[in-house]
Design a protein around this ligand. Structure first.
Ligand code: SF4
Length: 445
């Protein structure tokens, strides 16, 4: 749940990185940072807040140079604090090196302990710093040799951007959990978490960085090398269900069109259900509901007024604030709801507290029957690969069966999409492999 963006060989590097990070803002809202390379030294600026709050015109002016890497953060490992904001920059025997990381390193504690025993002093509590200390200890001839030697020691998920004077390197873990795409804008190369950031910055996507692959951009050229054999591809399927922007292209199709098909497959699985209207929980449930409506021939209605100024409730870290924003966020349009039987589609059901509030508000607006249709399977297990799902006990589907969850949220019926249909829609009919551990409880080793 972080976003990364890097650009090389461009006189407007900082401004284009601003545009890229702004486009990726949905991936994290706690902090933002950039490191620029003026050819001899790296300059950096990190702060808590949104991209447009952190980077004023003056700050961007100070980030001089033709190359920039940037990061927006939502904390998964390490607390929400400025010292964990990225990119991190280390002055070491390697010279100045910066890193921006999307993912979660599952062996970071063990590596950190052993590095500390050998004298490493960590600046942050973030897992991402481990790779810089490893690199400082086990050196190769070049930064890319050093990284190729050390990246295989990491377990878990990572898409990394590294920067040293004159060089930007992107690397993706051997399973490909988190996304990383390469694009081009004139003579500049762009690396980004999602294709939409390349589009909005005016570039064209070339391809995904492959699992276990590294791209080294230096002297206007991109060279590719493998630092580990690709393992079974386990792209995070939750990116398509919830996190990625609808206009991003994942596995060969836009997220929007995958979500539309997921909605249609959900309707096919629930073809016995009759209702007056189908609607989605805004904003992310809307496209699923449109797909559902087309397949089922039940008319779509937009029955909520969404207040766009409250933020995304699922990724606010504090429980009290999460419930408060759920109340503020959605207001029912009463005359469309009164006396109606409604299929309400949402992308996922995590704790159940938001769904309960929404069902309650539909009841108070006079809904006759509420069928909750979830466009993904029950989430029964936490994520260890960089998505901030709650711990196991907070996941309602880990504790309760479907009927008890239905009672908890107050709906008349509750249905989930099968994993088979989810994979079918996200895979675009191709032989795609996904991580679905939070739905299955089975993890890669
Ligand atoms: S466990 Fe779930 S959220 Fe985590 S990487 Fe796998 S599919 Fe994505």
């Amino acid at each position: 749940m972080c976003g990364i963006f890097g650009i090389t060989d461009n006189k407007d590097a900082a401004r284009l990185a601003y545009i890229g990070l702004f486009t990726l803002q949905h991936r994290g809202q706690e902090s933002a940072g950039m490191v620029s390379d003026d050819g001899t030294a790296l300059r950096h600026y990190n702060a808590m807040g949104l991209v447009n709050e952190v980077f004023t015109g003056e700050v961007l002016e100070g980030l001089k140079g033709r190359g920039v890497i940037g990061h927006i953060r939502y904390s998964t490992t390490g607390s929400s604090h400025i010292k964990n904001a990225q990119p991190l920059v280390l002055d070491s025997c390697l010279g100045q090196v910066a890193v921006a990381h999307n993912g979660n390193l599952t062996n970071a504690d063990r590596l950190k302990e052993s590095l500390q025993k050998r004298g490493a002093i960590f600046q942050s509590t973030s897992d991402s710093e481990v790779i810089l200390h490893l690199a400082a200890r086990y050196r190769g001839r070049t930064l890319e040799d050093t990284l190729a030697r050390n990246l295989p020691k990491l377990a878990g998920s990572y898409s990394f951007l590294f920067m040293a004077p004159g060089k930007v390197i992107g690397a993706r873990d051997p399973h490909g959990y988190r996304p990383l795409v390469l694009g081009k804008l004139g003579k500049s190369y762009i690396l980004a978490s999602e294709t939409c950031a390349i589009d909005v910055a005016g570039g064209k996507t070339i391809r995904e960085i492959e699992p276990g692959e590294m791209v080294v951009i230096s002297g206007g050229k991109a060279t590719f090398r493998r630092f580990a054999p690709a393992k079974r591809l386990t792209r995070c399927i939750f990116e398509q269900v919830y996190f990625a922007r609808p206009d991003a292209v994942v596995a060969g199709r836009t997220v929007q069109s995958a979500r539309y098909e997921i909605g249609a497959l959900l309707a096919r699985e629930l073809k016995h259900i009759k209702a007056d209207l189908v609607s989605g929980v805004p904003d992310s449930g809307t496209v699923y509901a449109l797909g559902y409506s087309e397949e089922s021939w039940i008319p779509y209605q937009s029955i909520f007024m969404r207040n766009h100024y409250t933020g995304r409730s699922f990724i606010q870290p504090d429980q009290q604030l999460r419930e408060f924003t759920a109340h503020l966020k959605l207001a029912p349009v009463k005359d469309l709801i009164k006396g109606k039987s409604i299929v309400l589609v949402d992308d996922s059901l995590v704790r159940g507290t938001t769904s309960r509030e929404i069902v309650k508000s539909l009841r108070s607006a006079g809904a006759r029957k509420i069928v909750m249709a979830i466009a993904s399977p029950p989430i029964i297990s936490p994520c260890y690969f960089g998505i901030d799902t709650p711990n196991r006990e907070e996941l309602i589907a880990n504790r309760l069966g479907v009927d008890k969850i239905r009672k908890f949220i107050g709906a008349d019926e509750l249905h989930y999409l099968s994993l088979e249909s989810l994979v079918k829609a996200c895979g675009s009919g191709r032989d795609e492999n996904f991580c679905a551990s939070c739905f299955t409880g089975r993890y890669n080793r």
